[in-house]
Each structure stands twice: as structure tokens, then as C-alpha cells.
Write a protein that binds this ligand. Structure first.
Ligand code: CTP
Ligand code: MG
Length: 241
């Protein structure tokens, strides 16, 4: 659980945005607390972080209504000493910004990984952590399999078909130099940019973001069908639990 197994002396910090409400899941509580193969969904995300060799500080960005439940998950995983709780905002963008402001001052680089991507493996977290030593910004991503259409929202007519060979689906983890990402968030607030991931802020500020090979199974649990698929994948991965 130490950056470079202690040789580099630099800790890697992980922020987990977990302050959403799971509206598209249609549940009456944060989807991250829904049961998935016997554990709350966020427990699987935290388990991967715990098993990563590189991460030794975890900030969970959440809403006060979920503190009690999050704390019992953290305690069941024996992660109490590695985890801090940070109050989230009303959008993911705000939650990450609040997370960044709550990082220890020693934090030079940060990985951000959505609580809802509970199938990311420790190997993916480690691959991103390693790559983050050599670049200011990165994301995990995979080439898209579908042909993507740009559709006019008022008349539902296709406007264009971007060349698929250049299209990647963005995932998390996303990793950045903390000072640069903070500046990008602040510029985003000044300019009124509304984005759905942190790489988009980096891009808007003309900073390079590298893509690291993600995982096809690293889906973001968003709707009930995702929960069923996630359960299937976990059963395949760990045998019938
Ligand atoms: N998130 C957050 N703060 C918010 C909104 C979202 O930290 N104000 C987090 C979610 O908890 C999730 C991740 O960002 O781990 C990705 O968001 P998403 O999948 O959209 O989750 P929700 O916003 O909870 O779901 P929905 O959009 O369906 O309401
Ligand atoms: Mg959302």
C-alpha cells in the first residue's frame, strides 16, 4: 500500500466521488449503498483500492446522509486509518473540486475514481498510478465498439458519423497533478464550464491528457441492468459467492 513500495517516497492519493443520489437507478437511496453480491456497491470499489499497491490515502466524497453507512463499510474493510470523509457538492464537478481542496498539502498527484465503477481491478488502479508518474494528466479509456452518431436534438436527424477508429469511451480512474487540476477547476468555475469528467477541464485548458488502456468490465453502474451485469461479472471473477 505504498507508492513505489516505499522507494519513491511519494504517496498516491485517491479521491472517490460518491456524493450522487443515483437518480437513474430509480432507488430511494444512493446507489452506492445498494447491495451487490452481499456487500454495498461501494465496498467493491474500496476493496480494489485497498488491494492496489500504490494507494495509501483515500478520500470518500459523500453526502452527510450517507456518512453512517459509508463509515460502517470502511470499518468492515479495516480501512479506517486510510480513509477521510469529505462533503460533496450538487454535481460531480463540485464534489471533485471539494475533494481536491481537502487533499493533504503534501499531495502532488491524485487519482479520481468514481464510486460507481465498482468493477475496476486493483491492476487498473496500479497501471494508472504508474503512468501518472510520467504525465500531468491521464484517463483510463477503451475503444468504442458501436458506431457513434451525432444527432440533432430538435429533429432527431443524424448530423454526422465520427470516425470510430479515433473514438474512445472515457472511464475512471483519471489521474492528474493536483495543482494543475485545481487551476483547471477554478478556470471552469470562472468560465461556467459544465463537464462530466475531469479530463474535460484539463482539455479545455489545453493541457495534455493521456489515455491508458481501461477495462471492458469497468462499467459505471448507472441503471438497474448495470447492477445485474455487475453481479454477473463479479460471480465470474470470484466464483459463485
Ligand atoms: N457524484 C458525486 N457528486 C455528485 C454527483 C455524482 O460525487 N453531486 C458521483 C457519484 O456518486 C458517482 C460518480 O460521481 O460515483 C458518477 O456519477 P453518476 O454515475 O452520474 O452517479 P449519480 O449522480 O449518483 O447518478 P444519477 O446521475 O443517475 O443521479
Ligand atoms: Mg450523475
Amino acid at each position: 500500500m505504498y507508492w513505489g513500495q516505499g522507494t519513491e517516497g511519494e504517496s498516491l492519493y485517491l479521491l472517490i466521488p460518491a456524493a450522487g443520489s443515483g437518480r437513474r437507478m430509480g432507488s430511494d437511496r444512493n446507489k452506492l449503498l445498494l447491495p451487490l453480491l452481499g456487500k454495498p456497491l461501494i465496498a467493491w470499489t474500496l476493496l480494489a483500492a485497498k488491494q492496489s499497491r500504490q494507494i495509501d490515502w483515500i478520500g470518500i466524497v459523500g453526502q452527510p446522509i450517507d456518512w453512517q453507512d459509508f463509515k460502517s463499510v470502511v470499518s468492515d474493510l479495516n480501512l479506517v486509518d486510510s480513509v477521510q470523509f469529505i462533503q460533496g457538492g450538487s454535481t460531480r464537478q463540485e464534489s471533485v473540486y471539494q475533494g481536491l481542496q481537502s487533499l493533504p498539502t503534501a499531495a502532488e498527484r491524485v487519482l479520481i475514481h468514481d464510486g460507481a465503477r465498482c468493477l475496476a481491478t486493483p491492476e487498473l488502479l496500479d497501471r494508472c498510478s504508474e503512468a501518472l508518474r510520467d504525465c500531468p494528466g491521464l484517463i483510463a479509456g477503451i475503444p468504442v465498439k458501436d458506431t457513434i452518431k451525432v444527432v440533432n436534438s430538435s429533429n432527431s436527424v443524424i448530423e454526422s458519423t465520427p470516425d470510430r477508429s479515433q473514438l474512445w469511451a472515457a472511464q475512471t480512474p483519471q489521474g492528474f497533478e493536483v495543482a494543475k487540476l485545481l487551476e483547471c477547476h477554478q478556470e471552469g468555475i470562472r468560465q461556467g464550464w459544465q463537464v462530466t469528467d475531469d479530463a474535460a477541464l484539463f482539455e479545455q485548458c489545453c493541457l495534455p491528457v493521456k489515455v491508458v488502456q481501461g477495462e471492458e468490465t469497468n462499467l459505471k453502474v448507472t441503471t438497474p441492468v448495470d447492477l445485474a451485469i455487475a453481479e454477473f461479472i463479479l460471480r465470474q471473477r470470484f466464483g459463485a459467492i
